[in-house]
Unconditional design. Sequence first.
Length: 410
Amino acid sequence: MQVVNERCAGLDVHKKTVVGCIIVPDGQTGWQQEVRTFKTTTAELLKLADWLRQHKVTRVAMESTGVYWKPVFNILEAGFAVMVVNAKHIKFVPGRKTDVKDAQWIAELLQHGLLKSSFIPEAPQRDLRELVRYRTHLIQERTREVNRVHKVLEDANLKLSSVATDIMGVSGRAMLAALIAGKDDPAALADLAKGRMRNKIEELEQALTGRIKDCHRLLLRLHLEHIDDLNAKLEGEIDKLMPPFDQDGLMERMDEIPGINQITAQITVAEIGTDMSRFPTANHLTAWAGLAPGKNESAGRNRSARTLKANRYLRPALIQAAHAAGKTNTYLGEKYRRLARRRGKKRAAVAVARTMLVIVYHLMRDGTRFEERGADFFDQLKPQSTQLWLTRRLERLGYKVTLEPIETAA
């Protein structure tokens, strides 16, 4: 095979060690291979970088699981062209039973240009991504704490969640604070309701009649303190890192898409960046995000076409936005409802999420704005088919249908 990279190295990265194999020209006789093992401390990784420079290595490929590749990448990215390789691509190659052979095989594949690099963004985007991902985890942890509050209330025979849609709202928090303070009179607790909740005073009195104990009050206090701590989000720090990515009012233009709010827009930018040149087409981006149908064909028969899990931050955020868009009277909402009738809500949400990502791709690449097509877009797309379908539905209900254009009737 043709040699693409003359001076390259393969790294097999683990938690405590990293095994490196370099392949460099050996005069006129062929190729020289050298294998060394380093620890993953900063001092040892600097020695690894010096070893690579000593042999004039220009390209480095590494295989790693989890986050163990990050310290190595941080040290080497300034002086080498570093590729982080998807372990799945080379996982099932036979004959590799040791870390040394892993590193040698990676180096040989890199030498012949057979490896494809994973998407590793620049340092500013990585910093933004870390904060946005941490905020996602905090939101998930807050949800778990709220569920624990529900559990304590049920254990105390308090059915507040059956009356109040959000027990963490103003009325719910006031009632929980009173319960923690030792009050247990249902009428007094129900009287703490605010706004529209006051229309449910009688229901609240019944729901707040229970058997609350001191242990319940202690648990409620601890859970609410934890929730308050989690509510102190990273919004300020994230806002400081956003300006370089908010070019030409990108965040405002993304917010115009139904279902996408500021948090979803920040997650999208943190995960994919704003430079769409790394994705040749919108299809490449949707496949990378795990929102494109798979392809598994054998002997002329199509097998499973399930989407990949892929990015576990961007994909769930867009699917949640798709469910929100499905409740709107817009093009995306109508598309969601049409697909949900035939394929179910989950498949419809994935399809609409893919459409959203395609729209974002063009907003970033072309600098355009979102144009709403309207909920009647599909009806206007094939008006004769829509007319025939609606006529047949009325005829099946026993009606005789006569159609007359509005202009003629006027």
